[in-house]
Ligand binder design. Sequence first.
Ligand code: PLP
Length: 354
Amino acid sequence: MVETTNINVTKVAKSKLKDLDFSNLPFGKHFTDHMLVATYANGGWQSVEIRPYEALSLQPSIVAIHYGQAIFEGIKAYRYENGEAQIFRPYDNYKRFNISAERMCMPTVPQEIFIEGMKQLIELDKEWIPTEADHSLYIRPFMFATDEIIGVKPSENYLFIIILSPTGPYYAAPMKILVEETYTRAAPGGVGFAKNAGNYAASLLATQLAKQKGYDQILWTDAFEHKWLQEVGTMNVFFIIGNTAVTPSLEEGTILAGVTRDTTITVLKEMGLTVEERKISIDELVDAYDAGTLKEVFGTGTAATISLIEKLKYQEKVLTFDLDKLTVAPELKNRLDDIRTGKSPDTHGWMISV
Ligand SMILES: *Cc1c(COP(=O)(O)O)cnc(C)c1O
């Protein structure tokens, strides 16, 4: 089985880097020269290699395509002025990846492959990390089932892959949000806490319908009463009520435990806010709005960091937020950016050098 040092490296004959236009890097569109590929078979991880980024050749019968045994992660790395590459909280994503793996009956991935492999891959493609403000390297680790048989059971073969995508500023326009009362993202006992591919497929229709009505995203509610708030689109959600930040708690298993969510909780406390992780209903939110105490609503996630919300619609009620009066979200975003780009000291040990 695999030892740390056993990563086989095959480099590209010719780098594609000179073709990359660093001034035009839409999210998730361009990939670096290399990828990491690990193979699971016979009850263990058999091989790990870094090789040129290229198409995979797979049988049409593989389990992931038919039954959705597939999970992923999203992480960002930055290049500092001294040329060093730094990854933001990869150990937290590593832990979550294996939680997702267990829920989907997949093997866990050892740290030597996930973390050390990631570091080695990034080191090799370091020149691809954009250094301009608000740019980063988006890291996408993923795993999927490769048994070549159309039968419903946990696969015995898997591929774990890491690909890297240089990414420009993710301009997240302030969002208009519809409170969802028909469709459900996650129910207790389900897979809402796992970062599995199917959760995204399941969310597309409701989001598309909201878009047809002029909204950008959905505020998901619970499966039974459609009144307990869960997440906004594919982001965690925060409500600023007076001097308190409220975010839905994790214990029911219907919330994806975001690394940005956890980071936000820590930084909001440092900013002097009280943070409550608990159940919060749409009724409480509307009451706080009517009382004038609901100040801000925003989403958190790796891709956009903080996404502002300017309008929220629930049945006939419309809540609007004056973006010029926001204080918490803009300061939070600045603090997060400063930590990740090395402008302010990393007092929590969140930045991991490659
Ligand atoms: C990935 C994800 C998030 C955000 O997690 P981060 O670790 O902050 O990127 C939130 N909700 C869902 C459903 C997600 O898949």
